[in-house]
Design a protein around this ligand. Structure first.
Ligand SMILES: Cc1cc2nc3c(=O)[nH]c(=O)nc-3n(C[C@H](O)[C@H](O)[C@H](O)COP(=O)(O)O)c2cc1C
Length: 168
């Protein structure tokens, strides 16, 4: 049975829920899956494929995930690896998908890891979940409030990426 590692970075738990949905969908497709935060520094070498993603602050993945990708770049370059980004823009302005896709351009260039696919998912804007300074920033932006996650869209993306991860 193929083994896949799903690694994520989150500040509020939003991206953890998306990572769990990716893991559950892969498991439904007969794959053994571990879903782990990047802060736990998992070793990807024993896996056949990797899915790694993050929530966003100021157009950037969280530091722990970027560090994990860079630290494990040589392993990730040798296995099919997919990225995913969870952010507010995909919930409120999905027409800006190209902008969101570019959030990982610098990481791809720096690490040399070329993802087989980049999933772009709606995240959340729930002020109560943010720190006080973050709350002030988000209030000033006057962005719509809510949890915009669409777990069915996440599952559909995951089913579509199975072949590219070499798992079908
Ligand atoms: C201070 C701050 C900055 C943010 N910057 C962006 C951004 O540049 N682009 C975006 O689409 N979403 C942005 N967001 C929204 C988050 O990416 C969104 O809340 C996401 O669901 C976070 O996932 P996480 O809690 O799992 O890390 C920002 C949120 C905060 C609080």
């Amino acid at each position: 049975m193929s083994k896949v590692l799903v690694v994520y970075g989150t500040k509020t738990g939003c991206t953890a829920g998306i990572a769990e949905q990716i893991g559950a969908t892969l498991a439904e497709n007969g794959v053994e899956v571990d879903v782990t935060p990047a802060s736990d520094k998992p070793d990807p070498s024993a896996y056949d494929a990797i899915v790694v993603g993050s929530g966003v602050r100021a157009s950037n993945w969280h530091g722990a995930v970027k560090e994990w990708v860079k630290t494990n770049a040589s392993t990730l370059k040798s296995k099919p690896t997919a990225f995913f980004t969870a952010c507010l823009t995909m919930g409120t302005q999905p027409e800006k998908a190209d902008e969101v896709r570019a959030y990982t351009d610098a990481l791809i260039a720096e690490s040399g890891v070329t993802p087989v696919e980049i999933g772009l998912f709606a995240g959340m804007n729930e002020l109560a979940k943010f720190s006080l300074p973050e709350r002030l920033i988000m209030k000033a932006m006057k962005a719509p409030q809510g949890d915009f996650r669409d777990l069915e869209a996440v599952a559909a993306w995951t089913r579509g990426v199975v072949g590219k991860l070499g798992l079908s």
